[in-house]
Design a protein around this ligand. Structure first.
Ligand code: ATP
Ligand code: ATP
Ligand code: MG
Ligand code: MG
Ligand code: MG
Ligand code: MG
Length: 263
């Protein structure tokens, strides 16, 4: 009986849409913590940059890259991470929903799995959620612009937050007052607030906060090229070591010195 109805109901499979992402385009998946403004307050994150959460985010991103060798480059800041999947990759048959859900679920799982390792006594009050989207970029120039955009966003937010929290924590301003002081200021104004009032040289702040985190593979993936057959690769096979650092990816230098990343 159940076997018979199972066969009859097989037609339901045809309602599933199997749309595959445009071939030869870079696939970028960006995940972002849901309501991390509240999540960070609930878990007493140090402001502006709690190193424990950054470490957790980075561990989760490394786990994504270990699980999915087709992810060749990642960039993270605050509660977000972007993953670039090689343009010639056949990961999950290039099915967008499978790619997104695989990446975001392993990311969230590893974030929670390692919580205690990073936060020690601070108990996890509830499980964080992350949203995810997929974007296609048709060429290397767009892909580089994408990462420049995210790193510039990191820079702008971090400079604002560094000033804001210096004013609140050390300048004893209310949050509202700090907002008023910073309203309409330019980058150079913020630098001089930091220098004049708090003797802080913005450029000497930690690179992890100013630049965010970059993760890439140390060796080229020979199987990922236009002529590859796209056979499934063994997990982690031939992808070499993974480097985690706080590089400037806006300047040419980073890409010039590592031509295999976008190769
Ligand atoms: P949404 O659900 O729309 O993404 P959100 O509250 O997560 O809302 P975001 O714009 O993503 O808003 O901003 C993330 C916020 O999380 C930051 O503004 C900051 O307050 C907090 N946050 C994230 N990471 C850290 C960190 N390492 N240290 C301190 N605060 C952090
Ligand atoms: P894919 O990544 O393509 O989904 P898969 O190995 O997860 O591959 P599925 O078709 O999803 O394959 O099948 C899930 C398999 O997981 C089942 O065939 C079964 O072997 C195992 N499984 C799932 N849930 C249970 C369970 N509660 N008890 C025992 N085995 C289970
Ligand atoms: Mg969001
Ligand atoms: Mg968020
Ligand atoms: Mg965010
Ligand atoms: Mg399965």
């Amino acid at each position: 009986q159940p076997t018979e109805s199972h066969a009859k109901l097989g037609y339901l499979k045809y309602f599933e849409k199997k749309e595959s992402l445009l071939p030869h385009a870079w696939i970028v998946v960006r995940i972002d913590g849901k309501g991390f403004h509240n999540f960070s307050e609930k878990h007493d994150f140090e402001k502006p940059n709690d190193p424990r959460s950054i470490e957790l985010m980075n561990k989760a991103a490394v786990a994504v890259m270990e699980k999915f060798p087709e992810v060749i480059f990642s960039y993270g800041q605050s509660d977000e991470y972007s993953f670039a999947i090689h343009r010639y990759s056949k990961m999950c048959d290039r099915q967008g929903d499978k790619i997104i859900s695989n990446i975001v679920s392993i990311f969230a799982g590893v974030y929670v799995y390692n919580w205690q390792r990073c936060f020690g006594e601070v108990e996890l009050q509830y499980c964080p959620a992350f949203d995810a989207r997929v974007v296609l970029y048709p060429n290397n120039s767009c892909l580089r612009d994408y990462f420049s955009w995210r790193q510039a966003d990191c820079h702008i937010n971090n400079m604002y937050n560094t000033c804001f929290w210096a004013l609140v924590q050390r300048g004893l301003c209310s949050r509202q007052k700090a907002d008023e002081i910073l309203c309409g200021t330019f980058s150079k104004d913020k630098r001089s607030i930091l220098l004049d009032r708090f003797n802080m040289d913005y450029d000497k702040e930690d690179a992890i906060s100013r630049k965010g985190t970059v993760i890439f593979r140390d060796r080229p993936r020979k199987d990922l090229c236009a002529s590859s057959t796209g056979c499934e690769v063994e997990e982690g096979a031939g992808c070499g070591g993974i480097t985690v650092g706080h590089f400037d990816v806006i300047k040419d230098e980073f890409w010039r010195e590592r031509p295999w990343i976008l190769g």
